[in-house]
Design a protein around this ligand. Sequence first.
Ligand code: PLP
Length: 313
Amino acid sequence: MSDNGRVTRSDVPEDPDFSAVLRPRLPSPLQDVVDERFARHGVRLALKRDDLIHPDLVGNKWRKLAPNLRAAAGRTVLTFGGAYSNHLRATAAAGRLLGLATIGVVRGQELAGRPLNPSLARCVSDGMRLHFIDRSTYRHKSEPETLSAVLREAGAEDAYVVPEGGSNSAAVRGCMALGEELRGSADVVALACGTGGTLAGLAAGLGPGQRALGIPVLKGGFLDAEIRALQGQAFGGLRGDWSLDDRFHFGGYARTTSELDAFAADFEQRHGLSVERLYVAKALYGLLALTEEGAFPRGTRLAAVITGAPPAP
Ligand SMILES: *Cc1c(COP(=O)(O)O)cnc(C)c1O
């Protein structure tokens, strides 16, 4: 998927107050690591530490939310997620830090009467108002009529709406900066994908000769079309050189195996960082498997994006 057309630089407007409050660590550090499992194949590995951008707005959630928070311009921010959504937690934390009202629309009416799990409890303590909806309404939430009904019920008709997972055009353009930060320093940039918004922006921000490799953590093979659509909305067409490898989802979202867990624990020991299990572990596992298959010529410089950190207890 190549596009040699010019790429416009990310157009997140500068807002000094906003950066002063959030104080993100940008560009995020790029750390070379020594790992003989890669070195043996003549491949160099570096970790792009987006997990260090911000303690509460971690990793790609910062890159995707920041432009949306600016666009919200002080309005209530409403978004969607499951009961363990990293995106909901990041939105709630952003609301607390910036003094914005936030509403989280949570999948599962049945959760309304129960004690909150730690993730949702954290959202509430960050000031987020939760609104639970049944699963079938949740599935149709992007349809205009369903969305208006949900906003009305939640008493949030004027809210700035961010889609589930945070991937809209503003988010995709915000992720171009990730690619721009990596220009000239890697041949292949690998990352785990949920909605694919981060990959869509990253690929657009990379320079000539660089490519992005996405490892979907959800099963289903629908992501290629989604990323094309996201790039179409954000840029008017396909951008950058990117591909997906669908073999490393381990059964789907939040599924794992003892082999994956052992791999992640071992990676933590070797390299002294916490490996987030829902996404990052699968990307790193996939990258090693591809290296062992000989997918990368000797001399290849790989960068693995550490897109997030395990949630704080
Ligand atoms: C949300 C998340 C992703 C997925 O990002 P998409 O833009 O939805 O593909 C990847 N890694 C981590 C750690 C995340 O929290």
